[in-house]
Structures are given as C-alpha cells and as structure tokens.
Design a protein around this ligand. Structure first.
Ligand SMILES: [Fe+2]
Ligand SMILES: [Fe+2]
Length: 470
C-alpha cells in the first residue's frame, strides 16, 4: 500500500490502475491542471531547474527525494497514509462505529463542501504567490517559494482525487471549478477571504506561510480526524508536507527581524531604512494584518455548521486523542460574545463552539512563533517585543466583525479606530517602502539587504548552493 507507483502518468499509492474509470477521469483533469499551472502558477520560471523535494514514499522517515526538476515536470501525485482496517470513527454521534470507506449518503453534501473548501485554498495560494519569483531575496528563498507552490499543487491533487473518486459527477464538476475560480477575481473569486488578498512582497509571503498556512495545518488536523477514512489519510500526508511551509514562514520573518536588529546595532539611532532594512514596527503591522485575516478563516464563534460537522463525525478537533469525551455533548464553552455593541460572556454548548476550539489551538501555535521572534531580538540585544494581536482585532467574520477592537481586544469606537488604525496596520507608504526593497538577488549565497541568511541550507546543502539554475 505505501509503495508509490511512479510508472504511471499520475504517481499514486492508491492502486489507481485497477480503477480504469477513475484513472481516465483523473488523466483528463491532468492537462487542465497543467494549463492552470502554466497560466496562473509561478511566471517565467517553468523552464528552470529547481532543487525540489518530491514525495517518494509515505513512510515517516525518508519520504522525500531531492533533485533538480522543472516545475511543470514535478510528479504531482496521490498519496494517502496507510490505512488501518480496524479504524473507528473517533468522535461525534458515530464514535466507535467503523470508519467509513465510502461517503455516508446522509452526509454527502457536507462532506463535499468541506473537501471543496479545503481544496480551493491550495490553488489560491499558488495564484497569490505567482509573481514573487521575480523579486526573491536569494536563490535559497526562491527555491522555498517554488517548493511551497508545487506542494500546494499536490494538495489540490489530493483533494481532487477524493472528489473524483467518491463524488461522481458532482465531484468532477467541483474539480473543474477548482481550476476556474481565481484569487482576487471580482467575478469568480476563491471561496475564503484571505485567499483573495494580494501577496505581492516577500514580507507578506513569509507572514502568509506563517499565519495562513498555519490555518491550513489546523484545518488539516481537524480533517485528519474525519470518520471518512480516505479524507483522514489524505490530510495526514498533507500535514507532513505542510511543516516545511510553516518553517519557511516562521524562519523567514525571523530572518527579516534578525537583519533589522543587526542594522540597529551597527548604526545606533539611525533609521534602518537608510540601510535597506525593514523597521520592526512595520514587521509588527504586517504580523497584525496577516494574523487577523487568517484568524477569520475559522469562521463564526458560534456555528451550527461546525456542530453538524462534529456531530456527523466529519471534522473533529485538532488532536482529538487528547480529549477524554469524544461526544462533546456535555460541558460548555465560555465565549465573550459581542452583541449590540457590548461584550457579553456566555456559555455555549460545546459542539456549537468547535470553530472557537480550533481557533484556540491555532492561537496557541501562533504564540510560539511570536516567542521565537522575541528570542531573536533578545539575542541581538534589541529592546523590542513582538505581540500577537487579540483574536477580536480587525475581524471580518463572526461576532467581532460588528465592532472595532484594539490589539488587546478592548472595544473602541469608530473614531478611535480611525485615529489608531495606522499604528496597527501597514499604511500605504509602508507597503510602498517594503515593495521598493523587492529586487531580486539571484547570485549564489547572496541575500537582499533586508534579510539575514538562514542558519543552514536545504537538505544539508550549503547556503551558497545553486538552488535554482537560472
Ligand atoms: Fe496546502
Ligand atoms: Fe501550505
């Protein structure tokens, strides 16, 4: 089961060749996918050799192979973690029933919606990042961008396999629509807000991979618990790949911070912009923007959809194992609701609070990243403390979208917001400054003025390795 068959047009470990109909359907989707990649994926680098990792096995150790690949020749495939024939549904009303190998009819629409929503984020991020190759701060970073891009493409494959394989004609239609929506397109946008935001500079890219890919991690963790076994097994393997995307974000922002600190120490009292670095305050405002936008991705605080998905055994909690009670029928969750302009503490039935439960895990994980960045300023001897804005700050979805909140979560009026927003979110001038720094550095081992080199290279290669052959 875990051996990947690379002799096929579509590499896979699901014995695709034994299901001719499915194989044909996916082979028909494949050229459309490549058209999408060529027209909306990374521009102008498709003929270059990039030092990429490709999944060659789903074993925990040694799952990836590194080598030069031209992106359109990347072996996008379908890889599921090995199944356990005795696996049970882990939560909800069906807890302890055998896990489903086929779509349970009564939940078909919900399940399809969950898969399509996850699937849509994968091509969206590739579209958002399409122009970044032109301004990469180094070959190392250029390679990491492309690694993230090809793997988001593979995540789309993972979800499209489920749609084709288990949802018949509707699934095939959804799969083609996934190639038709476009990030930021007014008439045909991607499904979720953050995935329509422009991501035009590398500080945004690093914040995106830190905060938005981390939303992806927690959505995948929740879906990895699904009672629909093929979905759970797909998501588990996606999580293996996702770890690198989060690494790119966390260390990327960290290297920008480090570089600024170095400039501050070398030129005390000077404006770091004179030396082509990014002020720490600007970095904080980018953090505020991308973390608040990504916090929206969990949906409303009180949600009957989330309760239904949990009850049905389709979408669980991250790390469901750590809970004792997998039904979540008893017990309440305390939420500060925002009703008629006032915060009001309420007890909510646990199942209705599942979005909030997942958001809590996400925030905890984000805070670890903030701590990591504060260790960098500390080590560099710079007196500056990064923070994560409160979950109520700058929200567009849920209760808090109805009001204004400062970065500590206190309600404020519109006038205060208008006066303070520029302290908290990047201004146009600030964005223009960051953009003005975005000039490509393609020389081996060299880095742009605004970012420190990484501690080590990829796959034990030196930092000055030729990660992309231009
Ligand atoms: Fe992904
Ligand atoms: Fe990702």
């Amino acid at each position: 089961m875990s051996a990947i068959d690379y002799s096929q047009k579509i590499p896979n470990n699901v014995d695709l060749k034994s299901d001719k109909r499915l194989q044909r359907a996916l082979e028909q989707w494949q050229p459309d996918y490549l058209d999408w990649w060529n027209s909306t994926g990374p521009t102008d680098f498709n003929m270059k050799d990039v030092y990429l990792r490709t999944a060659v096995s789903v074993d925990k150790d040694g799952w990836a192979h590194f080598g030069y690949v031209k992106m359109p020749e990347y072996r996008w495939g379908i890889f599921l973690e090995p199944g356990d024939p005795d696996r049970k549904v882990g939560f909800g009303d069906h807890a302890a029933d055998p896990a489903w190998q086929e779509v349970p009819g009564e939940y078909r629409n919900w399940l399809r919606r969950l898969i399509v929503t996850q699937a849509d984020t994968e091509p969206a991020s590739v579209e958002q990042q399409r122009l970044l190759g032109h301004t990469a701060p180094s070959l190392y970073d250029l390679r990491n961008l492309f690694q993230v891009n090809v793997e988001e493409g593979r995540h789309l494959w993972a979800m499209v396999y489920l749609l084709h394989s288990y949802f018949g004609r509707d699934g095939r239609e959804e799969a083609s629509e996934l190639l038709e929506r476009r990030s930021g397109n007014a008439d045909h946008p991607r499904i979720l807000g953050t995935f329509n935001e422009p991501c035009e500079d590398w500080l945004s890219f690093f914040c995106f991979t830190m905060f938005t890919d981390r939303d992806g991690k927690f959505q995948l963790l929740a879906l990895a618990e699904s009672g629909f076994d093929p979905l759970a097994r797909s998501c588990r393997f996606m999580l293996t790949e996702e770890a690198h995307h989060l690494f790119v974000g966390q260390t990327g922002v960290g290297r920008v911070i480090k570089r600024t600190c170095e400039v501050m120490q070398e030129h005390p009292g000077k404006d770091v912009r004179e030396y082509g670095a990014i002020p720490l305050e600007t970095i904080q405002r980018y953090i505020n923007f991308w973390s608040s936008s990504s916090t929206d991705l969990y949906g409303a605080e009180v949600s009957s959809n989330a309760a239904n998905f949990f009850r049905a055994g389709l979408k669980g909690r991250a790390y469901e194992d750590k809970y004792e009670d997998h039904t979540a029928l008893d017990g309440a969750y305390t939420i500060d609701r925002f009703i008629d302009g006032k915060l009001d503490r309420q007890e909510i039935a646990m199942r209705n609070a599942m979005n909030e439960v997942l958001r809590d895990e996400y925030i905890k994980d984000n805070l670890k990243g903030i701590e990591y960045w504060n260790r960098i300023t500390e080590k560099e001897g710079v007196d500056f403390t990064f923070y994560l804005p409160h979950r109520r700050f700058n929200r567009s979805i849920g209760d808090y979208a109805a009001g204004r909140f400062d970065v500590e979560g206190h309600p404020i009026d519109e006038a205060t917001w208008n006066a303070r927003a520029q302290d908290w979110l990047p201004s146009d001038e600030e964005r223009a400054y960051v953009k003005s720094l975005m000039k490509p550095v393609y020389e081996k081992g060299k880095f742009a003025s605004w970012i420190a080199p990484p501690l080590r290279g990829i796959n034990s290669q030196p930092i000055e390795f030729e990660y992309v052959k231009l």
